[in-house]
Structure formats: structure tokens, C-alpha cells
Design a binder for this molecule. Sequence first.
Ligand SMILES: [Mg+2]
Length: 278
Amino acid sequence: MTPRSAQAFEAGDYTASLQALAALKAPVDAFFDGVMVNADDPKLRANRLGLLARLHGAMNRVADLSRWPPAEPMPSTQHAMKLVILDRDGTINEDRDDYVKSPEEWQPIPGALEAIARLNHNGWHTVVATNQSGIGRGLFDMATLNAMHLKMHQLLAVHGGRIDAVFFCPHVTEDRCDCRKPQPGLFHQIGERFGLELDAVPVVGDTLRDLQAGVSAGCEPHLVRTGKAAPDRMNDAQIAELVAQVPGTRVHATLDDFAEWLVARERAQKPASARSDE
Ligand SMILES: [Mg+2]
């Protein structure tokens, strides 16, 4: 390395260091072009190539990022992934008192798939956490559950959306598992799978137990007034009573309204510099 290049390197100005090295190539070439009267002289050729190789090596050493420890620890990526955890029945698809037992019975709530796609298009990953005790009760089997979810994924794909994963609890209450909501087991599985702390990860559902499970795992609770919390099934007083049990809960008419709210909040939180292209 030349003094000028080394000086710039010491000062941390790696661009200047590289430029100082790169500037040497032309004089090296000019010198050898001038003296290489006999182009076949193997010694001269070796000298020229040797000098250029050393120059190349010095530039590589300057440019080798792997040799430089970062001045400060890399920022934590723990919260970098934008994730929303969704309940399924009554939140994405129409609920049924006799359980959703087949792909035919799995019918999306109008606007719900569009809402998921909208979240995705704004950079949010979406996963589903759902109690499916119909398996434990013998109402349907795993193949049927998979077929329902295949239908969900396919219908969502039409809108350009994607659910990254479906976490389900197949148990009944008597199994005393830790994954049937309101237990937070599914949420802990999600945190482990994605390597995330669930602090402030939004959870959206239509029942108290969705919110309780999410909040137990640190999530931010959102109730949608579809499914079991639809206006024809719960009046405002009942909703207020539910919300009082999970402080901090925000209520939205539909999943679509939730998506609109979340995207708007994020936009409002972004610094103006990040929004200059809007
Ligand atoms: Mg539900």
C-alpha cells in the first residue's frame, strides 16, 4: 500500500484509499509501455504483471469488508419483520356454529382476503393462529384441514396475498394443552418459528380468547366485529364488556378496516424523509 493510500485507510476513508491505489495503474502501465521496447522480454513482462498483481492485491485488501469489524454493534433485527397474527374462523372466513368442516364450508368474509393482500403489499407478513378442535372432536381429519387451507391460500393468491404459515391447535379443552387459545402456546410457536419477540405484534380476532392468548404473548390486541363479534351477535354493551377484559384492545368493523388502520398508522409514524416519494 502506498503512503497516500495507507493514510486514507487509517483515517477510515476507504474510498480515497481505493482511489489512491487505482490511480497507480495508469503510471505503471505508462512506465512499462515506455520501457518495453522489446515486448518479448520475459523479465520486463514479469515485472509489469507482478506490480499490477500487487496493486490488485492491495485494492482487494482495502475493499475486503469482512476484515473490518463494525464500529458499532449491528442494530437488532428482532423487530425488523413486520408480522400480523390472524385468527381464522370469524376473522378471515365465515364462522359456523357447527364448525367449518370442509373446503366447501370455508367461505371468505367479503373483503378479508383483499385486506390480507393489502397488508402483504405494505410489507406485513401474515400468519394464522387458529383453534381447530374439530380435529380433536373427530369432525374432520388433517387431510380436510389441509384442503381448507389450500383453498384459503389459493383464493388469497388471486389477490396477490400470502399467508406465511398456519399454526393450529387440534385439541379439545379436556386435553389441557397449552396451545388452545386463550392459552398462548400457538403464539410462542410463532415467535420461535420466526425468531421474533412478539412485543407489539398485532393480533386480530373475533373472540375474547384470541385477544387473551395474544396479549399473554405480548401482542397488541385488535377485535374485528365479524364472526362471533358481529353486530347481530354482540351488541355494543357486550363488546365494551369484552374489551374491558383486555385493556388496550382496538375495535374494527372488519379485517379490511384493521388493515387500513394499520397501514395508516405506519405511514403517520414514518419520518417525512421516508415519505418524500409519496
Ligand atoms: Mg374466531
